[in-house]
Each structure stands twice: as C-alpha cells, then as structure tokens.
Design a protein around this ligand. Structure first.
Ligand code: XCC
Ligand code: SF4
Length: 655
C-alpha cells in the first residue's frame, strides 16, 4: 500500500486509529507500516520444514531460465521451488481446515453432551432440521425422543473426524456429477483428521516431492473442511441454537453504549456466547448492572462469533477483524470475551491503556495478560454469568478517555439456506425456482460469494466494498460471510433500500419483489458451507446445468489473510467455482504451481483460482466467468433481451 492511501474507508476506523496514536497504543495498522512482508516468504519460496534450513529459494531471474540454472535453485535437501511452494500452500490449507474442523468437533461434543442432558442450558432448538439430518444419515427415528436421535447424530458426526476409510457422509449432498469428479480425481476425503494429518506427513522433509500430488492432497483436505468440518459445525449449531431467519440489527463501533456495560464477544465459536446472550438478559444480572450505575448490558460482537449471534439473535456487530483493537481504543468496552481464532495477541497490551478486561475462555487459546475463565459445557451458564459479572464489576473503572464513534448502520442478516428457500418459494413450496428463473431470464446475471478477512496491507474494507458494488451494479447477486459481510453491512449494502440505490435494474427489480437486499448475509466462515448447499440447491432445481461448475457463479476473498481463507478458497475451487483472491498470492515463487492452481485445476475440477488485487478488475473477471457459464447454458441471449427491454422502457419513461 502506498504511503498516502487511506488506512480504511470506514470513518469510525479512521477516527479510532487517530485516537490510538494519541493514546500511544500500537495497533495492527501501525505494525503493518513498520514491518513489510518478507519478499521470499510471501511468494511461497521459503522452507523451514527442517533444521538444515530454513532454505530461501531465490526467484527465477528474468524470462528464460536454463535447466542448469533451475537445478541450482533448490533447498539443501534438493527440494525445488515448485515443491516448496506447493508444500507451503497445502500447509496453509491444513491450518485452515484444522481450525474450522476443530471448531466442528467442539460443536459435535457439546451436541452429544446436550442430547444426553449433561450440558444444562442447551437443548435441541430445530427439531425439523434434526429429523431431516436423521433421515439423511439413516438414524432411526421411530418413537424415539429428539434427544435419543440427537445422541446418534452427534456420534455419527464425531466419527467423521476420525473416519479412516470410505467417504465423508456429507459428500453425498453434492450434485452427483461433482461426486463423480471427486472420485475420479481421487480427492473424496476419507476422514477429516486423516486428510489434515496426511498433509503434515507429506510436507515433512523428504516425502512428497511432486507438486501436483501435493496440491491434490490439499484439495482433499479442503473438501474435508467445506463438506466436512465446517458443514458439521453449521448443521449442528443450527439444530442446537436454531436455524437463522431474517433479523434486523446494526453494525459498527457506534453500537457501543456510553451508559451501559459493554461486553464484546470475539472469536468464532457460538457455544459460550449463546449462553452469554441468555445471562446478559437475566433480570437479576441487569439489576446488578444498575446497582453499578449502568442502564443495562450491551452485547456486541467482533469477527465470526459476532456473525453467529447476529444471525440467531440479532446481537449487533461491533466490527470486523481490523476493528478488534479499535474497540478497546474507544475506552468503553468493559470486557472483551474471546474464544478461538483471529484474536490479536496485542489485545491485553492495548487493554492496559484503558480499563478493559480481556477474558480468554478456550483451553486451546490462552493469552498472557488476560483473565482466563474456562468454558465448561457442563456448567456453561455459571461461566457465562461469571463473565458478565466481571464486566459489570469493571464498569465503574471506565476512565474519562472514552470516545464512542457515532456511526452505526442498519442491516438485515439471518439468511440461512432454509430461509432463502422459504423467502423465494414460500413456506409450503420452498424452492430455489424463482432464483433460477430470474437467472435464466437474465434479471439476475449470476451469483457471487464474496467472503473472507481484512488485511492491513490494503485499505480496510475498501476492496470488499468496491468489488461488491461493482458486482451488484452488474446484476450479480452477492452472498456473504465473515468479515467481508461486515464491510458490506457498514457500507449500507445489507438493507433492502440498497437495491434501488446500487443494484442494476434487473437485480433491483428482483430484490424489491422478494424484499431482500442485493447483498445477503449468510453468516460466519464455517457457514460458507451454507453457500455450498445453496449452490447445490440451485443445481437440483434445474435449468442451470447438472453441476456447480455449470452455474453462473463465482467466489472471492478480496482482503483475505488467514489460512482458513485459503482452505475455503480451495474447497470452492474443488467444488467447481471460479475463485479470485486479492492482496497477495502465496505461490508466485513458482510459475508451475501457480499455473496449476489457476489453469490446470479448471480442467480437473471445473473451478480454478485467480489472483487480482484490483477489486474492479477482479469483479469483471467474475462477471466474465459468469457470462461464460451463461453462454454455455444457452441463456446469454435472454439477458440481452432483458437489457433491451429495459432500455426500451427507459426510453418510454423519458417520453
Ligand atoms: Fe477471521 Fe472469521 Fe477472516 Fe474474519 S473472515 S478475519 S478468518 S473472522 Ni473468516
Ligand atoms: Fe531446506 Fe529441504 Fe529442510 Fe526445507 S526441507 S528447510 S528445503 S533442507
């Protein structure tokens, strides 16, 4: 990022960056300025997989490298730039798939405990979804109670992680053609943990030396994430906490309240935060807050825990990844409760400048300088109450250095696959038919999943928002998860009025008829599995080909940074989706590996990767891909007609 470029397009973020500087707090934006990325590591050419290294394989010089020159560019063990780039890439997949899947495992364990009555406070909330999953997995329903059925489902889900042979159960949800492709390519995952472990084995010194074979295992582990660990997390969370339905809420740090106890919930797992929501509404606890001079208790979220409790309870979003430190800089956060993933280690230090208590809750994620109140599913409510009480006790310690920004924006969230189904088709004939019809008739050009993180190497939120605006302007319906969804929400794109203001005429017309925004919030990062299900539902509804790769759809993570984003991108590609990433690309140190991901994968999987940091150009790559698919389906003409009709209509209006 050039020096003069703004750090964010979000006024709130800019204001608080300034306040952080005045208060003497060092934040990620500053650290990104003072530490440039390592040029060798950032292109995937640094290997530290053994003690003979680290080996830094220099980049190819100039255009044509002779075989002799190429032979010299090796690690001590002889590993080539290709092997090193591929190994590094799939280790990122392993990290991401492990994170999502371990989250899924935690949900499965709680699910079983809840079903056995060993986790007081949790119960089965979505019976319909429970029974549907029982049918799908062949779990006996008969006269059994929901709890008995749930124990079997939970155990089956848990067994998916340690499965050694065969295939993951959820693969059967994919279009048949997709399943065939996976089997032909030999990438149908056997078990979730197994595929991740195998990456760690194959990337150990002296094992797999063929980049194609390494990347193949990356695909297998990524599928085990999207159609395995992440899908298990989403499905079981829905059954346990309720399947999201549309809900109105607000976003940005302006949701913090001057006169209430502010508690921020940050991380990824909804397991504990679900009970915090309950604890914070307890009249006795609210009385306690009042006794300390607060008017009430205000919960708000950051990162994907935020998305989870927004989707199910309408709890407001305080902000996305790069706003976590800034939340503390307001001076108004009485406690920040964190669970797992995307939590910056700088939080306890920043909290020292103010009064905020940072509370870690997972045995897997502790931090020096934080208070640890461990989440125990057997007494979750006690833990939640203790956390809320800690925040209340801390409220009177709030200093005078408080600045809560004014900005907050309305948004509508809660679009699960089921909701979309009902919204489009109605409760009694739920279907994706109207969506498919509007794609076929060209009012909607296609669908784009725009997801992923923030990255201080680019202007915060800017890349997301510009890409999304360009897509909807061109009649592409945008579906979202993660921190990207929050960027769009802050920019006012997740309210129905945004359709008239920003969307192309065709898309706007459909949004107005159905009453949805042109940008749809589908949840957290594990909820990218909802997007897979939605894409499959589009295929099954007919008229748009017989595989996900036939659909006029595309994916993007324009401000990605986490290994999880790489795993998500890889399972979208492996599911047949053209997927473009921004910011930086981690394999450019090897042309062969990059070409394989960007080109060869299309022949193998029907989907492929691309890299384009400019959001407008990236959006047009996605639109081009969508148009290519429309043409292959023979529905490109319909769109021309629609556009012609609209031009005619405009002319008529002008008369
Ligand atoms: Fe983390 Fe999920 Fe990325 Fe945001 S989008 S920075 S991974 S919180 Ni998942
Ligand atoms: Fe170097 Fe090979 Fe060891 Fe990697 S595995 S650090 S390339 S010697």
């Amino acid at each position: 990022m050039a020096e003069k470029e703004p750090k964010s397009i979000d006024q709130t973020t800019l204001e608080l960056i300034e306040k952080a500087a005045i208060d003497g707090c060092d934040i990620a934006f500053d650290r990104a300025d003072s530490m440039k990325p390592c040029p060798i590591g950032s292109v995937g050419s640094c290997c530290k997989n053994c003690g003979m290294g680290p080996c830094r394989v220099p980049l190819a010089k100039g255009k044509e490298e002779t075989p002799e020159e190429k032979k010299k560019r090796r690690g001590i063990c002889g590993a080539t730039a290709e092997t090193i780039a591929a190994r590094n890439f799939i280790r990122m997949v392993a990290g991401g798939a492990a994170a999502h899947s371990d989250h899924g495992r935690g949900v499965a364990e709680l699910f079983i405990a809840a079903a056995k009555g060993e986790a007081p406070g949790y119960q089965i909330r979505d019976e319909q979804k429970l029974l549907a999953l029982a049918l799908e997995w062949g779990v006996d329903i008969g006269n059994r109670t929901n709890e008995e059925i749930a124990v079997d489902i939970g155990e089956k889900a848990l067994a998916e992680f340690g499965r050694q042979e065969g295939e993951l159960l959820f693969l059967r949800r994919a279009p048949l053609k997709r399943q065939d492709i996976w089997r032909q390519q030999g990438v149908a995952p056997r078990g979730i943990d197994r595929e991740i472990v195998e990456i760690m084995h194959r990337t150990h010194i002296g094992v797999d030396q063929e980049y194609q074979n390494l990347l193949k295992q990356g695909v297998r582990a990524a599928i085990a994430d999207g159609w395995g660990g992440s899908m298990i997390a989403t499905e079981l969370q829905d059954i346990l906490f309720g399947t999201p339905a549309p809900v109105l809420s607000q976003v940005n740090l302006g949701v913090l309240k001057e006169d209430e106890v502010n508690i921020i919930i940050h991380g990824h797992e909804p397991l504990l935060s679900e009970t915090i929501v309950v604890a914070a509404a307890d009249p006795e606890i609210i009385e306690m807050a009042k006794s300390k001079g607060a008017k009430g208790i205000n919960l708000a979220g950051i990162c994907c825990t935020a998305n989870e409790i927004l989707m199910r309870h309408g709890v407001p979003l305080a902000g996305n990844f790069l706003q976590q430190e800034l939340a503390l800089v307001t001076g108004a956060v009485d406690a920040m409760v964190v669970d797992i993933q995307c939590i910056m280690q700088s939080l306890p230090d920043i909290a020292q400048c103010y009064h905020t208590k940072i509370i870690t809750t997972s045995p897997k994620a502790k931090m020096k300088g934080a208070l640890h109140i461990e989440f125990d599913e057997h007494k979750a409510m006690e833990g939640a109450r203790e956390i809320v009480k800690t925040a209340i006790e801390n409220f009177p310690n709030r200093g005078s250095n408080v600045k809560i920004p004014k900005e907050r924006q309305d948004l509508i969230a809660g679009f699960s696959h089921e909701t979309v189904n009902y919204l489009l088709g109605g409760l009694f004939r739920a279907s994706y038919r109207p969506l498919n019809d509007n794609i076929i008739n060209g009012r909607i050009r296609g669908v784009a999943g725009v997801v992923g993180c923030n990255n201080p190497r680019v202007t915060h939120d800017d890349v997301h928002v510009r890409m999304i605006k360009e897509l909807i302007k061109n009649d592409v319906l945008v579906i979202q998860t993660g921190c990207s969804a929050m960027a769009a929400a802050k920019a006012g794109l997740m309210v129905p009025e945004a359709a008239a203001q920003y969307a192309g005429e065709g898309l706007a017309e459909v949004c107005e008829t159905v009453g949805i925004p042109p940008v749809i919030h589908m949840g957290s990062c594990v909820d990218n599995s909802r997007i897979l299900i939605a894409a499959t539902a589009m295929v099954k509804d007919g008229g748009l080909g017989d595989d996900i790769s036939d659909l006029p759809v595309a994916g993007a993570a324009p401000e990605w940074m986490s290994e999880k984003a790489i795993s998500i991108g890889q399972y979208f590609v492996a599911s047949g989706v053209f997927t473009v990433f921004g910011v930086t690309w981690p394999t450019t140190g090897s042309k062969e590996v990059t070409d394989f991901l960007f080109k060869d994968m299309e022949e193998m999987y029907g989907g492929m990767w691309a890299f384009e940091p400019d959001p407008i150009q990236a959006a047009h790559m996605m639109i081009e891909h969508i148009d290519k698919k429309r043409k292959a389906l023979g529905i490109d003409k319909a769109r021309e007609r629609v556009l012609y009709d609209m031009a005619m209509r405009r002319e008529l209006d002008a008369v």
